[in-house]
Design a binder for this molecule. Structure first.
Ligand code: SF4
Ligand code: SF4
Length: 400
């Protein structure tokens, strides 16, 4: 019996769909150059994909056909050698559909497996975001911002091939950097992309994460409905119009909390979250009216508190707020909890002001999503600086 390798690519639905496909396909091609057989596929359970919601692609490789056939007999791998997160905010966990609950990013990693993440943060900042795992695993950080190479817009910033180079380094039994180079030249005929892969291979850094490290929080989960309890054509029960939050334990005194879906939390959908300055809010109600996810709880004093259980990070509240800097979207990596901002403000307004100033200080560094035409042009110069004068980390020959 030969050896079976499995790699999962966790990505932001739609926004990174083509990127994930390129990576899983590239893995299978590089493995073929290494004399193995492989297949790449998306997970049916994430379909239809929705913007930003975590989704997965897989690459399964066997050293021979029989081994691959056996691996393919399973719906999806139960254990993987490598998990790839192409957006560091995915380290907080993965929830793709209702009833699914929150899944740790490292859940499928075999003991000693490697989590590869693209990020501008270092391992020390990233490890607390991922849930604890009973067995040690490796964290490999590939320096770079989240690449949004999706279904509608594809900007070739070489993240796909840089990931392939990183895999060659952390799992040389699967394929070497020479196999990666051959696959890139065969698939894309792009020597520059091959150079990017080799650079990632040389620069990737790894660190072992011990069981005592990481986020200790208990995961929310649900009992799955039995097949005879499922309703035809409907996966997620709808919410009654005007309904209030049913759970008295989470309902604040006074104000109004709209009902929210009890089995689909959306924490992991967002890459940014709004931070509200309650001292400058004029109570115009626009954020509350326009939020597509009914996120705002009305507080007893008539303010609007974005509830992080429901926020998908779309940024509409920031766009509609008429008061300058009253609502500011901040990268999700800047937060370690989902607590109420209004409660923190009520408790200590001075401390909240300090907290808020610190959070919005990094606002210009936001890089997720597309908010205006030409954004990539603005993103690329800082990315080129990553290389520190030794040539671009992501090659500069980008194509539309
Ligand atoms: S970013 Fe603002 S508008 Fe969008 S879901 Fe979150 S609270 Fe609502
Ligand atoms: S849109 Fe801005 S000013 Fe208006 S209620 Fe919301 S936070 Fe306050």
């Amino acid at each position: 019996m030969g050896r079976l390798f499995a790699v999962e690519i966790v990505y932001r639905g739609i926004f990174q769909k083509s990127l994930a496909k390129n990576i899983s396909r590239g893995i299978a091609l590089a493995a073929r150059h290494a004399g193995k057989m492989g297949i790449s596929f998306g997970r049916y359970g994430d379909s239809p994909e929705r913007n930003g919601i975590p989704a997965k692609s897989f690459a399964v490789i066997g050293t021979d056909e029989e081994t691959l056939q056996e691996g393919m007999a399973k719906y999806e791998p139960k254990e993987v050698d490598i998990t790839i997160a192409v957006d560091d905010t995915l380290l907080k966990g993965v929830e793709s559909w209702a009833w699914y609950g929150l899944q740790p990013i490292n859940r499928l990693l075999r003991p000693g497996g490697t989590l590869i993440v693209t990020s501008m943060h270092d391992a020390a900042s990233l490890i607390p975001m991922a849930h604890r795992k009973p067995t040690p695993y490796q964290l490999a950080v590939l320096k770079g911002t989240a690449s949004f190479s999706g279904l509608w817009v594809y900007k070739d910033d070489h993240t796909d091939v840089r990931i392939l180079g990183a895999i060659a380094r952390v799992l040389p039994e699967l394929f070497t950097i020479d196999h990666v180079e051959k696959a890139i030249l065969e698939e894309w005929s792009a020597p520059l992309k091959a150079a990017s892969a080799r650079r990632a291979y040389e620069r990737i850094t790894t660190r072992v994460v011990q069981p005592a490290e990481g986020n200790p929080e208990a995961l929310f989960e649900f009992e799955l409905p039995k097949w005879h309890e499922m309703r035809e054509g409907i996966a997620i029960p709808s919410i009654a119009r005007g309904a209030a939050m049913a759970d008295p334990a989470t309902r604040q005194t006074g104000g109004f909390r709209p009902a929210r879906n009890p089995t689909f939390k959306k924490f992991t959908t967002r890459t940014m979250r709004p931070v509200v300055n309650f001292d400058t809010c004029v109570k115009c109600t626009l954020c509350w009216l326009q939020c597509p996810d009914s996120c705002f709880d009305v507080t007893p004093d008539g303010l609007y508190d974005a509830n992080m259980e429901a926020c998908c990070g779309c940024g509409v509240c920031e766009a509609v707020c008429p008061v300058e800097h009253c609502v500011t979207m901040v990268n999700e990596t800047a937060f370690t909890d989902n607590g109420s901002q209004w409660e923190a403000w009520k408790k200590d307004k001075t401390a909240y002001g300090t907290w808020l100033a610190e959070k919005i200080r990094h606002r210009p560094e936001r890089t997720h999503g597309f908010r205006f035409r030409g954004q990539y042009d603005k993103e690329l110069p800082p990315m080129l600086e990553i290389a520190g004068g030794a040539g671009p980390e992501n090659a500069s020959g980008e194509e539309e």
